[in-house]
Design a protein around this ligand. Structure first.
Ligand SMILES: Cc1cc2nc3c(=O)[nH]c(=O)nc-3n(C[C@H](O)[C@H](O)[C@H](O)COP(=O)(O)OP(=O)(O)OC[C@H]3O[C@@H](n4cnc5c(N)ncnc54)[C@H](O)[C@@H]3O)c2cc1C
Length: 469
């Protein structure tokens, strides 16, 4: 039986009323006017109808909701920023534990740390930390939640200097499947802390995260340079060589895209294939501009938006292109290298893209990410030089299946360059084998943790580590 086929007896009105009475936050059911708004997630491809949505006001609500789900044997979806690509933060018939009302962020500028509740998105987090000129590795789209993002690992513009988001996690508060409230850090429940850094939402509901912060900005050298799509092979070959000497401060990616009708691109290019190199340098602006100068030396760009930019502006630069409701499918994998054959495959598929919203991202990893010892966290693989993410998107259901098939075709064609592993936060709902492949030889240790903290697999709407029983 898959997780999506689970059904249960109808809930008794009395038990729902009792749950509602005990909450500080809101309980939403299909009878409520705001049900449709409350059940929607970012990825419009997943249209589900939960029986209950608990909008948690605090830890007590989370504990009640977990207890209720367990006693009523409900399928549980846990939600922070609702950006799950496979749609795991919603569920048919079950219960959604929605932490989005939990928006507290407390920065300690002296200690360079921040404690954030699990409903915070990167936009809120960056706004609070940048008030003190501080930041930690966060998402490329600021509407993404810190919760799912951190628990899967966290790839962002600061990672080559400061590591993945999970590498900057100091501690977390967790409500486990049996209702316990645990603090996890290097010194306390260290096994759980290991699993929270890459193991996703498998081990409990995290109610708050404590992060290490770093001086960043507030202005950084950053932004994209766009070239014509027919120069994609030239740009990728240049990129492959150029990143070999990139300083840790510089995190970059190449994006093969179709020009959106955006004001920052010349109108005559709208709807045409483009290739962009996008980067952020987390050091001083002059240092960053020097490091990024070769990106414009390829000559004749379609648009050159690189320059000094507030870090928070860079963090939300592409938000308008990634609004909620579109249909989305990601297919990703670590690249062992980027040889000419791989580049030709990427370019060939870019030429046959089925939807103008679809993009192909090749992201340079290495730096501080690769220097963290492989077994220090549950994060799958730190050794690959590049991450491929095929982002297939359509505005509505129309053309979606075709876009998915195209993405799968490209992924298959890239097989000779893929390591077989991938980043769990870019996985779609691809089954147990792909989850095992993402975690590699850490999978058994994760199963042992799952046996300890969630032996009945209450938290299974995720990239699921199945308990051994
Ligand atoms: C537009 C977009 C841009 C993205 N950009 C990046 C990027 O730059 N870098 C990157 O690394 N990833 C990126 N991602 C992937 C992102 O990291 C994952 O989708 C992540 O799961 C989103 O977290 P969320 O809290 O918003 O999602 P949600 O849908 O709320 O949660 C996703 C899953 O995380 C788990 N979860 C959420 N909250 C909790 C909690 N409090 N306790 C326990 N488990 C929880 C649940 O299993 C849930 O199903 C992006 C995704 C999108 C859609």
């Amino acid at each position: 039986m898959t997780t999506e086929q689970v059904t249960h007896a109808p809930l008794a009105d009395g038990s729902i009323a009792e749950l509602a009475q005990g909450l500080r936050g809101e309980l939403i059911t299909p009878a409520d006017d705001n049900y449709d708004e409350a059940r929607a997630i970012w990825n419009g491809a997943h249209d589900r109808r939960p029986a209950l949505i608990v909008r948690c006001a605090g830890v007590a609500d989370v504990m009640r909701a977990v207890e209720f789900a367990r006693s009523e044997e409900l399928l549980v979806a846990v939600r922070g920023g609702k950006h799950s690509i496979p749609g795991f933060s919603t569920v048919d018939d079950g219960i959604v534990i929605d932490l989005s009302p939990m928006q507290g962020v407390r920065v300690d500028p002296g200690a360079r740390t921040a404690v954030a509740q699990a409903g915070v998105t990167w936009s809120g987090f960056d706004q609070e930390t940048q008030a003190f000129g501080l930041a930690t590795t966060g998402g490329l789209v600021s509407t993404t939640g810190i919760a799912g993002f951190t628990l899967g690992g966290g790839i962002g513009w600061l990672m080559r200097k400061h590591g993945l988001t999970c590498d900057n996690l100091i501690s977390a508060d967790v409500v486990t499947a049996d209702g316990r409230f645990l603090h996890a850090s290097e010194d306390e429940n260290a096994d759980l802390f290991w699993g929270l850094r890459g193991g996703g939402g498998n081990f409990g509901v995290v109610t708050s995260f404590e992060y290490r912060l770093h001086p960043v900005g507030p202005t950084v050298a950053a932004g994209p340079v766009f070239y014509p799509g027919d120069r994609a092979a030239e740009v990728l070959r240049f990129y492959r060589e150029w990143v070999k000497d990139a300083p840790d401060e510089l995190t970059t990616l190449v994006n093969l895209l179709t020009a959106p009708p955006a004001p920052f691109l010349p109108e005559e290019w709208h709807g045409k294939p483009l290739v962009a190199i996008i980067g952020v340098h987390s050091g001083s602006v002059p240092e960053g501009e020097r490091a990024m100068a070769p990106l414009r030396e390829l000559g004749d760009p379609v648009a050159d938006l690189m320059g000094p930019l507030p870090y928070v502006a860079m963090q939300s630069l592409i938000d308008p292109l990634y609004g909620s409701g579109a249909h989305n499918y990601f297919k990703s994998g670590w690249l062992g290298g980027l040889d000419d054959a791989a580049i030709d495959t990427l370019v060939r598929h870019h030429d046959t893209v089925t939807s103008p919203m679809t993009e192909i991202h090749v992201q340079h990893i290495g730096g501080a990410v690769a220097r963290v010892p492989a077994d220090a966290t549950a994060f799958g693989d730190r050794s690959a030089p590049f991450l491929l993410n095929i982002v297939a998107r359509t505005p509505t259901a129309e053309g979606y299946d075709e876009a998915v098939a195209w993405a799968q075709g490209l992924h298959g064609a890239m097989a000779p360059s893929l390591t077989g592993g991938t980043y769990v936060n870019f996985l779609s709902n691809e089954g147990d084998e792909r989850v095992r492949a993402a975690y590699g030889d850490k999978y058994d240790r994760l199963v042992a943790l799952k046996d300890e903290y969630d032996p009945t697999n209450l938290f299974r709407l995720n990239q699921n580590i199945m308990p051994s029983s």
